[in-house]
Design a protein around this ligand. Structure first.
Ligand code: KIV
Ligand code: ZN
Length: 522
């Protein structure tokens, strides 16, 4: 690890990331991601927005209880009720933090209809209140980069005087550019009284594709905390990607003399888990964690790589936790070999889980010539997404397709323990299958997204299918993998439906109202 000043990594995958439409995670998934982030040694985990819903509150409370070393932070708007609820959720953490914010730009000030003076008083009162509860308080002027300089400097000073320990400067709408980002932080540190007593943070959105550059520029301007998400998950174009800023500071420590405490060898695993649970697949050419980030296809590149990896590689795949995709498992491999392979890939299944994966692995090895690492990861994820107490299960599927439309699907579903069979037609095998599910389990949910990705190469590759469904403002994502794309589609659709049913049950009749009214911008 290079020497240099420490930059704190504040991960907001579970708050700003999860806020992105369709990325909603279940309680168990949030706990798992928080545990991975904690193990990866991020400094601060923003675990959620406790007043937004009962589910958010419970997740933040549980993460606070379980976290071993990270600071656990909850978000609160600028009112006492939000702050009290946030404190209630994070107080069990070894190292709790309250993060309170208010929109300070002219457009945002206009929403609560507060004058500049009224807002300044609100900031003073709410930060003081938060500080009376917790000695670690972060304050954010939302849309800071579009706030008038004089007013921004004035309210930052008020927040510092009221006891904020971290001042976060959000570029809420992804509007700033690197030079401006650096200049703003630098000027605040130079001109605001008391600025040297607090940590300045940067929080960038990627609307113009500059979130990583803006965050790193802010660090050059004096920020010592970067707010970011795994895979850059987040509303609209997303947030600064954690893996990008961390690796940029590591690889270019010669010109950016900063360091983080992040264990970068865990990046790939965390990235894949976040992609799975959020249903937001990582683009192939995504920096650091994309499937092609370390792949070399052209002849010149391959030749250079074979002679000296440094010719085309500025970091080693193993630095980010990438293990070679290799053909190591086949139909003769035993349980012990499978367990050891899964451990190598970052999974540690219990005995029952291993037995189940072993059965699936054998079935896959029978159908597929070569079982790659990625196949095993898809298999284990598929096992995790199909929950034992799912109300609906796919028992049998046969589709008839060919050049003549319509195609038809013959489907057996088990619904609440009882098997039911039906056929339906559609425009293509997947459409016919989804129509058959609708026929057997009538529902109003709308299909928002249908996405297929091949896990490995070859015509016998497994396909991972993601399905996102929406009903009355509630959104759920389902996934499944199979060598048969239509089977994977049916299972993913049913998986999303099961999740939607759980969500509907948990949320109660006014769930959609709560979700919408507590959503924050950015
Ligand atoms: O983008 C933003 O302004 C935010 C704040 C709540 C910090 O996410
Ligand atoms: Zn944001």
């Amino acid at each position: 690890m290079a020497d240099g000043e420490h930059v704190l990594i504040f991960d907001t995958t579970l708050r700003d990331g999860e806020q992105s439409p369709g990325a909603t995670m279940s309680h168990t998934e949030k706990l798992e991601i928080a545990e991975l982030l904690d193990e990866m040694a991020v400094d601060i985990i923003e675990a959620g927005f406790p007043i937004a819903s009962e589910g958010d509150f419970e997740a933040v409370s549980e993460i606070s209880r379980l976290a071993k070393s990270a600071v656990i932070c909850g978000l609160a708007r600028a009112n006492f009720q939000d702050i009290d609820r946030c404190w209630e959720a994070v107080r069990k953490a070894r190292r709790p933090r309250i993060h309170t914010f208010i929109g300070t730009s002219p457009l945002h000030r206009d929403i609560p209809k507060l004058s500049k003076d009224e807002m300044a008083k609100r900031i003073h009162d709410t930060v003081t209140h938060a500080r009376n509860l917790c000695d670690n308080v972060q304050w954010s002027p939302m849309d800071a980069t579009r706030t008038e300089w004089d007013y921004l400097a004035r309210v930052v000073e008020i927040a510092i005087k009221a006891g904020a320990t971290t001042i976060n400067i959000p570029d809420t709408v992804g509007y700033t550019a690197p030079r401006e980002s650096a200049g703003l932080i630098k000027r605040l540190i130079q001109e605001v009284p008391g600025a040297d007593e607090v940590v300045f943070a940067t929080h960038c959105h990627n609307d113009l594709g500059m979130a990583t550059a803006n965050a790193l520029a802010a660090v050059e301007g004096g920020a010592r905390q970067i707010e970011c998400t795994i895979n850059g998950l987040g509303e609209r174009a997303g947030n600064t990607a954690l893996e990008e800023v961390v690796m940029a500071m590591r690889v270019r420590s010669d010109i950016m003399p900063f360091k983080t405490g992040v264990d970068t060898t865990k990046l790939i695993h965390v990235s894949r888990r976040v992609a799975t649970v959020s249903g937001f697949a990582v683009q192939y050419n995504k920096a650091i964690v994309g499937k092609n980030a370390f792949a070399h296809e052209s002849g010149i590149h391959q030749d250079g790589m074979l002679k000296n990896a440094k010719t085309f590689e500025i970091m080693r795949p193993e630095d980010v936790g990438l293990s070679e995709t290799s053909i190591v498992m086949g139909k003769h491999s035993g349980r012990a070999a499978l367990r050891s392979k899964l451990r190598e890939l970052g999974f540690d299944p219990g005995d029952n889980q291993l037995n189940d994966i072993f059965v699936r692995f054998k079935a896959l090895a029978d159908r597929k010539k070569e079982v790659f690492d990625d196949d095993l990861v898809a298999l284990i994820r598929d096992q995790e997404t199909g929950e034992v107490n799912d109300r609906i299960k796919v028992k049998f599927l046969r589709v008839i397709c060919g050049t003549e439309a319509p195609q038809s699907a013959d489907l057996i579903l088990e619904i609440d323990g009882e098997e039911t069979r039906g056929t339906a037609q559609g425009d293509g095998p997947v459409d016919a299958t989804f129509n058959a599910v609708k026929k057997l389990f009538p529902h109003k949910a709308r299909l928002q997204l249908y996405q297929v990705q091949a896990v490995t190469e070859g015509t016998d590759a497994q396909a991972t299918v993601s399905v996102r469904m929406e009903e009355d403002g509630l959104i759920a994502t389902g996934q499944s993998a199979d060598t048969d794309t239509v089977v994977a589609s049916a299972k993913a659709y049913v998986n999303a439906l099961n999740r939607l049913l759980v969500r509907r049950q948990r949320a109660g009749p006014d769930a959609d109202v709560k979700q919408v009214s507590y959503r924050v911008t950015g």
